[in-house]
Design a protein around this ligand. Structure first.
Ligand SMILES: [Ca+2]
Length: 162
């Protein structure tokens, strides 16, 4: 009986830490970021967050930018976050809302090569943003679900796809 209980407790502990395994935890005010230790393309990064019951991160303030830079950039160069360009507008993919706070680097977003639809954070510019081809392999940042409440109304209709 004791053994069964011990195994169950161990199982719960292992399950609870699973979400953070392979990630560095970054506290930014009331928010927690999980920064990956491996590199994925943007779509795979989004999936890696979701299978852990997380979402790919939003950055909504300079404080969040600074916390991420201070904590994660010592051992990383670029990191995917959850911004995606859809019909010319930048949205947070986890809620669909348009970006309000932005931290674009000088000259960005420039849509170089016409395929730069995903949002990366650059460590070399202390957390400045660049639009980047989503097929590039980058570290990526997840966060807990439901920390961002959608403030705008849902789209009335999806843009027509031709
Ligand atoms: Ca760019």
């Amino acid at each position: 009986m004791k053994l069964v209980l011990t195994i169950q407790v161990l199982g719960i502990l292992l399950f609870n830490t699973e979400a953070k395994e392979g990630f560095r935890t970054v506290k930014a005010g009331s928010k927690t970021f999980y920064v990956s230790n491996d590199k994925r393309d943007w779509f795979r990064a989004q999936a890696e967050c979701q299978i852990r019951n997380l979402v790919i991160a939003t950055i909504k303030s300079k404080d969040e930018t600074d916390a991420l830079y201070r904590t994660a950039c010592s051992s990383r160069d670029y990191m995917w976050i959850g911004g995606y360009k859809y019909y010319g507008n930048w949205h947070w993919i986890s809620t669909g809302e348009l970006l309000k706070y932005t931290n674009w680097d000088k000259g960005e977003p420039n849509n170089k090569g016409g395929k730069e639809n995903a949002l990366e954070v650059r460590c070399k510019t202390r957390g400045g943003w660049n639009d980047k081809d989503p097929s590039a392999k980058r570290f990526y940042v997840c966060q807990n679900k439901d920390v961002d409440k959608r403030q705008s109304e849902p789209l009335e209709s999806a843009p027509e796809i031709l």
